[in-house]
Design a protein around this ligand. Structure first.
Ligand SMILES: *Cc1c(COP(=O)(O)O)cnc(C)c1O
Length: 230
């Protein structure tokens, strides 16, 4: 019944390894994330059992409803828009919050992390195309936000995340890659720039071409006969 997940996964793995062979170094590691929004936990667990251990959560309430049903070997990242007043519900179960785009949100993550004596890893979400419909800090405000967050003792900035515009997508992946390496060169306090999270079902081979090391796939994994070789 859920064999299509295994078929989709084979195609996705193939596309990632082809893009990697063409454009990346042999020892680069590119992680596949299964994006779980609207997908029942049993189907998600099928993907986990096939080796996709990294899950991407978009909505706080949906995560809280599903988290006890998920396979215990899974690791959770938060990738959706996160309201400041909801950080407290997820901060202990999530290994990486990929969608931080304001000082206000970062301050709340920091406050709760310091309170429980831990350090929370985050990515900064960049609205690389400056689209009104999307979350994320603008490229112009990125550096200032990173310097601000780097003062907080309960947070470590691990890199950048983006959802690019549908048009000229490759141009924006390239631009993200440029920002990523510029920031890496600056060696900002508590900012390691080791993760570049970009690429979804329709564009992940292009994202791999331009340096992504986490691709976030939802429909391509969980919709029957969805994935094809690209
Ligand atoms: C839904 C979603 C994805 C996955 O999108 P697909 O096109 O279904 O692969 C990736 N990242 C984020 C932030 C999402 O909300």
């Amino acid at each position: 019944m859920d064999d299509f997940i295994s078929e989709n996964l084979k195609v996705i793995d193939y596309n990632i390894s082809e893009a990697k062979a063409k454009y990346r170094k042999p020892d680069d590691i590119i992680r596949l994330m299964a994006v779980t929004k609207n997908i029942p936990a049993e189907l998600v667990n099928k993907a986990v059992s096939l080796g996709v251990k990294l899950l991407g959560e978009n909505r706080v309430q949906e995560f809280l409803d599903k988290k006890d049903l998920y396979d215990k070997s899974a690791e959770f990242n938060f990738i959706g828009h996160l309201q400041t007043n909801k950080v407290k519900y997820i901060v202990n179960d999530i290994t990486l919050i990929q969608s931080v785009d304001s000082m206000k949100l970062a301050s709340e993550i920091d406050r709760l992390s310091v309170k429980t004596g831990k350090i929370t890893d985050i990515l900064i979400e960049v609205n690389i195309g400056g689209e009104a419909s999307k979350s994320g800090v603008s490229p112009d405000g990125l550096e200032e936000l990173i310097y601000g967050i780097s003062e907080l003792s309960g947070i470590r900035i691990k890199g950048l995340m983006t959802i690019p515009p549908v048009y000229n997508t490759e141009f924006y992946f390239e631009k993200m890659n440029g920002l990523f390496f510029d920031l890496k060169d600056k060696n900002i306090n508590k900012t390691t720039m080791e993760i570049l999270s970009m690429g979804m079902s329709g564009d992940y081979p292009l994202a791999v071409k331009h340096g992504s090391n986490i691709v976030r796939i939802g429909t391509g994994l969980f919709t029957p006969f969805k994935s094809e070789r690209m």
